[in-house]
Design a protein around this ligand. Structure first.
Ligand SMILES: Cc1cc2nc3c(=O)[nH]c(=O)nc-3n(C[C@H](O)[C@H](O)[C@H](O)COP(=O)(O)OP(=O)(O)OC[C@H]3O[C@@H](n4cnc5c(N)ncnc54)[C@H](O)[C@@H]3O)c2cc1C
Length: 380
């Protein structure tokens, strides 16, 4: 797959147009196959765009449905809904994010004091464990900012259950390097592999499965293929995300952030945008590649917004204030939400309002609601 992700909306639309012909039965048949960094794409590579909402979930889903019809596009559509499910789940369980940040800090302290732990961690992130496949994937992540979904699953399972490393440190390694690094999808996928999300059901990376889906490129030995799920205290029950207030009317300043860079389609009612600011809050310790992708995406969002609303746009910091009411797209749990100035009005998209209430328990609750959600979300 071409991993040269240019994080602008027009590059996202180009990739969507290129990939949508493959989003039917071909996708369902081939999506688990990892062909390596230079191999043919078996998935779309749309996640760097969806993560920043340079592309919207509904336009990607609508394109696949228009091309293939509901039957043949089902698998692809369900995968896009995993993204909405994880976002909704983190939004309704925000303590999981703060707990993750605490665990990363604790694990970094501990690996600083235990030389065994530090050596094991350093070998894993440098690709020096001796485990076939794993070492290449570690280097691939650092060198390209990308891993195929199946590789992410194998990698996380080997990290946790064969190498015995803390899951939160693995999630941190991913979040710093992935160009689609996302607080919800990443944290909750690592927890899912660990058996903390679907409690008691860890994901086992099996040598036979790796051989099969890498077409024999890798054949690791010594994997822990019978892992026991990690344990933790039950987290707090789901909460309802805070309500959105009325969007102010009249002249407003619109604040863009990295979780929503399609300001043209925000539900702003009768508000009139006369000023634009762009607030960039990277993932903690994000790599230079990720920061560049974030900066390019923000520059693109601001330029499009300035043309659309016909007003000035600048990069701003968290202290941005003025005489105008400030409106922003709802920022889900993560760095953008943490960085937003107090007192801004947050508007939420219909997509999030429709999907998040279905994300309080397991994915099945979301999956069964997909037709009803699409009935509403894809109305012209
Ligand atoms: C340990 C681990 C960590 C992950 N970390 C991230 C992350 O930081 N950011 C991220 O966007 N995804 C993450 N994922 C989910 C998934 O791997 C990526 O979304 C997917 O690989 C992106 O490639 P694609 O765009 O080609 O996907 P496609 O297969 O083409 O799917 C289309 C879109 O659906 C969504 N999607 C597909 N599969 C999943 C999934 N399993 N979970 C959530 N959304 C999905 C993505 O938005 C994706 O762009 C992680 C998965 C694992 C197992």
């Amino acid at each position: 797959m071409n991993r040269d992700f240019v994080t602008t909306r027009s590059a996202g639309l180009e990739r969507l147009a290129e990939m949508v012909p493959g989003c039917g039965l071909d996708y369902a048949a081939r999506r688990n196959l990892d062909t390596g960094p230079l191999g043919e794409a078996t998935t779309t590579g749309l996640s760097p765009y969806l993560r920043r909402r340079l592309l919207l979930e509904q336009e990607v889903v609508a394109a696949a449905l228009a091309k293939h019809g509901a039957g043949k596009a089902t698998k692809f559509v369900e995968e896009v809904f995993w993204r909405s499910y994880f976002k909704g789940f983190l939004e309704t369980h925000p303590g999981i994010w703060t707990n993750y940040l605490d665990l990363v800090a604790q694990a970094k302290d501990a690996s600083g004091t235990s030389s065994g732990g530090r050596r094991a961690y350093e070998a894993a992130v440098a690709g020096r464990t001796g485990i076939d496949g794993f070492d290449d994937w570690s280097r691939e992540l650092v060198e390209t900012g990308w891993l195929h979904n199946h590789v992410r699953m194998w990698f996380a399972s080997i990290w946790i259950f064969t190498l015995g490393l803390p899951w939160a440190l693995g999630a941190d390694f991913f979040l710093r390097h992935l160009v689609d690094g996302d607080p919800a999808s990443n944290t909750l996928s690592w927890r899912w592999v660990a058996g903390l999300h679907t409690r008691g059901k860890p994901y086992a990376a099996r040598a036979e499965n790796i051989r099969r889906y890498t077409d024999g490129r890798y054949s690791p030995t010594g994997l822990n293929e019978n892992p026991i799920a990690l344990q933790e205290d039950e987290y707090e029950p789901a909460i309802t995300p805070g309500g959105v207030g009325e969007c102010p009317t009249g002249e407003v300043a619109l604040l863009l952030h990295l979780d929503d860079l399609h300001p043209e389609s925000l539900p702003l009612g009768s508000a009139r945008v006369v000023r634009l600011g762009g607030l960039v809050a990277h993932a903690p310790d994000a790599t230079e590649r990720v920061r560049r992708a974030d900066e390019d995406a923000m520059a693109d969002g601001l330029a499009r917004a300035a043309a659309y609303f016909d007003c000035p746009a600048t990069r701003v910091d968290a202290g941005w204030a003025g005489t105008l009411p400030v409106v922003t797209a709802w920022a889900p749990v993560g760095p953008s939400a943490d960085a937003l100035p107090a007192g801004v009005s947050r508007v939420r998209r219909q997509w999030d309002d429709l999907t998040w209430p279905r994300a309080t328990r397991g994915y099945f609750q979301m999956k069964t609601a997909i037709p009803a959600i699409l009935d509403k979300a894809l109305q012209p």
